[in-house]
Design a binder for this molecule. Structure first.
Ligand code: SAM
Length: 242
């Protein structure tokens, strides 16, 4: 019998994650609203506010999915590139796009992008880093793409410090979220993947350490609901070493 888990370590990781998102793409937005009671929209808006995009700045939204974060920037007049490897998630994103939004959705791997060095002023990645096979490699790629003074913002599930909150939160992710996946998507395993991937993910503290290790600066962590959700923020030095 094949392994029903969507979490696979190592080289298999990307293909299995791609398969997962291709399958759930038509219901992804609906389940996001249900499982977070609509709050994911608030956290994405926070991410947009923390980025403080200035007129003319170029934005890259990695693991853009159906484009929520890309649309937030485009609705404020920015040129946005949204990159994702799931053709089906990008199909939904393109269906949502309006003629006034300057967004280009591209298919590609967040760990190995086609863009030249220093192409973007702001890079965002929402619920994406946790899915990548090598977090450190991905962060180095993001640093490469940032212009000096550019900002990186990472939104994802967190790991609360409080033991009781963390236990209750894990029970919710273990029991309730897969049921939503089963009911609305016919795919329990796809939503069980959230907790599986979170357990392997270093979350806000570990990501902050990784950002430090790759040499990004002015780092900070913004926690929501006791750390169940978080944003890691970092900047690229304006004076790169010569
Ligand atoms: C949970 S969704 C997040 C979508 C969107 N950013 C949001 O916040 O709603 C994760 C997305 O990451 C994409 N993804 C995962 N690994 C990727 C990779 N290596 N390269 C590009 N996209 C990837 C998936 O296809 C999926 O669309």
């Amino acid at each position: 019998m094949s392994d029903p888990s969507y979490f696979q370590p190592g080289a298999e990781r990307g293909a299995r994650v791609n398969e997962l998102f291709d399958r759930i793409a038509p219901r992804y937005d609906l389940i996001n609203d249900i499982q977070s009671a609509g709050l994911h929209r608030v956290w994405k808006k926070w991410l947009w506010m923390l980025a403080q995009p200035k007129p003319g700045e170029k934005i890259l939204d990695l693991c853009t999915g159906t484009g929520d974060i890309a649309f937030l920037f485009a609705d404020h007049g920015h040129d946005v590139t949204g990159l994702d490897f799931s053709a089906e998630m990008l199909r939904v994103a393109n269906q949502r796009k309006t003629s006034t939004q300057r967004i280009e959705f591209l298919r590609g791997d967040a760990m190995n992008t086609p863009f030249p060095d220093q192409s973007f002023d702001v890079i965002t990645i929402g619920y994406g880093l946790r899915n990548l096979a090598d977090y450190g490699k991905a962060l180095l790629e993001m640093k490469r793409l940032l212009r000096p003074g550019g900002r990186l913002l990472i939104l994802d599930f967190g790991k609360p410090d409080n033991f009781f909150l963390r236990a209750a939160y894990y029970v919710y992710l273990h029991l309730a979220v897969p049921i939503f996946g089963q009911i609305f998507c016919g795919n329990r395993a796809a939503y069980a993947y959230i907790l599986e991937s979170l357990k392997h993910y270093p979350a806000q503290r570990g990501v902050d350490d990784l950002l430090d290790a790759v040499g990004l600066e002015n780092r900070r962590v913004v926690n929501f609901f006791g750390g169940t959700m978080s944003i890691n923020y970092a900047e690229k030095n304006t004076d790169p070493p010569t």
